[in-house]
Ligand binder design. Structure first.
Ligand code: ADP
Ligand code: F6P
Length: 324
């Protein structure tokens, strides 16, 4: 089938670099000879027919900006079979014959549903969580990691001045990748991730050990999805402060991690993955996720992507333990 009009949307949590991906999809799509259409606010825009033509100039000046010029949303109606059929009816009515979905795990589950229903679609791996099977690294991870790192560096200064123990909670949903890499790059004393069980007493012991070793501070990085998050750990440490001999100060980075200007790495990754998506469409390879595997652009069947859990390389956890 020769394509004429191709849509693009961003869905789920925004990730720095999504704009670079939109720009790349639009400009490489035009280069393939297609009319390009932006869908506003993720799957919500498919249901409300929120479509607008995108020319090469419409995506100018966005490369260096975080967020997404198309808007993003979490859309419950699209999760239902009726919602998905309505989305396809609206796409057909607008004459859009293929779609690029830029987003994370949930969004790519939506891609898989559209593919199962026979609509030509490809996904682009984009989430700060780096939890998407089919891409070693996803758009937004590098920027989010650098933001977390800057926070760790700053907190270390204060922690050293006051000989304090600091807890820094980073995002990542159920995945410990961001926390683990931030801990390695930031020289933290300990990292707490969902993939590895731990006990608060063990964390207390490590903080004591850090002081015994002559360290001026103790920095603990905790993933939001860990068994005990920052709030739970602060509560535990406050309750046992007298016995443990110290309290924990916590900083929860939250959405600050998603709002940064994309790094060079994220801009180039997004530009390459966006081009990979239109290339896949051009050769008729539908129903795939476009990601980066071993530094090469790679496609993986979308059904496999959404049913396979991406493993976390636990040798990195061991490395962090040695380097602390
Ligand atoms: P992310 O893509 O960042 O993981 P979400 O998990 O919130 O974000 O998913 C984004 C959107 O993708 C949801 O609001 C919904 O519209 C769509 N989506 C998520 N899960 C499904 C599903 N099981 N079936 C169809 N669509 C889904
Ligand atoms: O998926 C990206 C992410 O930032 C996760 O790290 C986090 O758990 C979630 O989104 C937060 O969702 P929301 O932006 O809806 O609060």
């Amino acid at each position: 089938m020769s394509l004429k009009k191709v849509g693009v949307l961003t869905s789920g949590g925004d990730a720095p670099g999504m704009n670079a991906a939109i720009r790349s999809v639009v400009r490489t799509g035009i280069n393939h000879g297609w009319e390009m259409v932006g869908v506003r606010n993720g799957y919500q825009g498919l249901l409300s027919e929120n479509f607008s033509a995108l020319g090469a100039r419409d995506v100018g000046g966005i490369l260096q900006q975080g967020g997404t010029m198309l808007g993003s949303a979490r859309c419950l109606e699209f999760k239902t079979p009726d919602g998905q059929r309505k989305a396809i009816r609206n796409l057909n009515r607008a004459g859009i014959d293929a779609l690029v979905v830029i987003g994370g795990n949930g969004s790519q589950t939506g891609t898989a549903k559209l593919h199962e229903l026979g609509f030509p679609v490809v996904g682009v791996a984009s989430t700060i969580d780096n939890d998407l099977y089919g891409s070693d690294i996803t758009i937004g991870v590098d920027t989010a990691l650098n933001i977390a790192l800057e926070a760790i560096d700053r907190l270390k200064t204060t922690a050293s001045s006051h000989q304090r123990a600091f807890l820094i909670e980073v995002m990542g949903r159920d995945c410990g990748y961001l926390a683990l890499m931030a801990a390695i790059a930031g020289g933290a004393e300990r990292v707490l991730i969902p993939e590895v069980d731990f006990d608060p007493e063990e964390v207390a012991q490590e903080i004591s050990d850090a002081y015994d070793k002559g360290k001026a501070h103790a920095i603990i990085v905790v993933a939001e999805g860990a068994k005990y998050n920052a709030e739970a750990l602060v509560e535990y440490f406050s309750k046992h402060e007298e016995r443990l001999g110290f309290s924990l100060r916590a900083s929860i980075l939250g959405h600050i991690q998603r709002g940064g200007r994309p790094t060079a790495y994220d801009r180039t990754l997004a530009s390459r993955l966006g081009a990979g998506a239109t290339a896949a469409l051009a050769r008729g390879e539908y129903g795939v996720l476009v990601g980066m595997i071993k530094s090469e652009i790679a496609t993986t069947p979308i059904g496999e992507v959404v049913t396979t859990k991406k493993p976390l390389d636990l040798s990195l956890f061991e490395l962090q333990r040695i380097l602390d």
